[in-house]
Design a protein around this ligand. Sequence first.
Ligand code: GDP
Length: 386
Amino acid sequence: MITLLVVLAVVVVVAATAGLVTTSRRHRLLEPPARPKQGGGRTAPPPSIEVNQGEVEAAEQAEREAQLAVPEAEPEPWVTEPPRLRDRLGRARALLSEAMGGILSRGRVDEEALEEMEEALIGADVGVVATSNLLSGLRSRMAAREITSTAQLMQALRSEMITMLQAGERSLDAGEGSANVWLFVGVNGVGKTTSIAKVAMREAGEGKSVILAAGDTFRAAAVEQLQHWAQRVEVDIVSGAEGADPGSVVFDAVQRAAARNADLVLADTAGRLHTKVNLMEELKKVKRVASKPPGVVREVLLVIDATTGQNGIVQARQFAGAVEVTGVVLTKMDGSAKGGIVLAIESELGIPVKLVGIGEGPNDLVGFDPEQFVDAILGVAGEKAA
Ligand code: GDP
């Protein structure tokens, strides 16, 4: 009996222990998964998941930073890319390139091809002197058997033109220190005021301090126009009353430049006088005044409207005879200009074309590059030949 009781007691104890173990195991299975321990414990989730989240967060952060780094302000107008001469040459490009394309398609090079070329060059405003210089160069190359096809003829024309234009010194002299003066001369309507504004914007954009001098005191509209431009391109201006002495306006501008340590005075001048005063004498006087210390006239820029063709050459002769012209600003090359006038100016007058106006906007001005210009006016024909 006692033995039976002992066995029963053992069975009860064993059963109770087994139940406790099972319950405890079930409880453990129902528990949520252990949280990953900071610092990396054995219970941490698979590392690949953690790395992916980190990458996403890093990418998002980088994107936010990149967005913050983008400048929100509009670029200054002079920082924008200037237009290309080639894209703006209207008639000049079409005229010569069409004629040259015709010559090129002849294949054979003979006297007729040369005559056709001569006609095309004269028609494009290249002028008699420059045209005959170009043709005599081509003839001697033909005689030397260097040219035996129209393709070679075109190639030779291109290189003769570039050589003709290569001699000019095209940089603009801003000098050192303050009160350096660039005088702008030319007849009314050629684009003097507009060119001054374009140059002001260009020079100011390059970090120079610029003062405009409204020296065309004979036209109220010219003064107002320059004032308007000064405001637009944000440069200082000195102007006098209508009819005031142009020399005194330029003198005041030079004084102001010296006082304010400004680099450059861009001075407008009259293009036609309503009085009996001779325009050329007046310009000489303005130049003398501008040259009085501390003023130094570094450039006398003759503004010529390219659409006036050979008339521009006549004007250039007159101005060059009065004041020592150091360079030409050729305007309106984007319009109906035939383009060849560049070669005429340089070969007949020996004055380098320094700047070219190709539109009415303040950014529409480019430096003159002979090679680019020749390729642009010869167009497809020139490029094929090159
Ligand atoms: P100014 O009398 O010599 O001072 O000539 P303006 O500067 O007043 O210019 C006369 C006209 O020519 C204006 O309508 C200008 O907008 C225009 N003009 C000036 N330069 C250019 C140019 O490069 N291209 C074109 N298409 N027009 C120009």
